[in-house]
Design a protein around this ligand. Sequence first.
Ligand code: FE2
Ligand code: FE2
Length: 171
Amino acid sequence: MNGMSESLRKELNRQFNHELMAAHHYEALAWWCTHRTLPGFARFFRKQAGEEREHADRIGRHLIDRGVEPRVEALPAPESLPESLLEVARYARRLEQNNSRGIHAAYEAALAARDYPAQVMLHWFIREQVEEEAWTAEMVGRVEAADCAGALLELDRHIEKLLEQREEQGD
Ligand SMILES: [Fe+2]
Ligand SMILES: [Fe+2]
């Protein structure tokens, strides 16, 4: 296997930082929920932050294995804080839609470079993003359907189980 092309290096390092940024933003959503006494949503988002860091690790490991040094860049804070739980859910959905675009751009670069190892590494992410977009869409729908304070508290009690069950079904 030849070395990794310069454009693919840049693209994978960008996505590596994009995953770290997603972790950073999920942390922000988790604290937003903690502050508003929504411990179920907070735990769920905190878990997502951990998963996003694992995603960054996957790309970082791939770069290391290919003799490329991953570079951590400055991470932007969320542009504005949500005003409602519905906005939080929509924020998460936007985060995942943007992340899918980032993964696809990285995959395009791997195709253009005819870099087969990077393509195979990215297949996992392409599939993962289908699940990530699905649970965020489900979360938006469930928050939309919770039309009073009591329903929201009830949803908070069950949100982890509800969204994790759907992930298990997908396996
Ligand atoms: Fe991710
Ligand atoms: Fe994600």
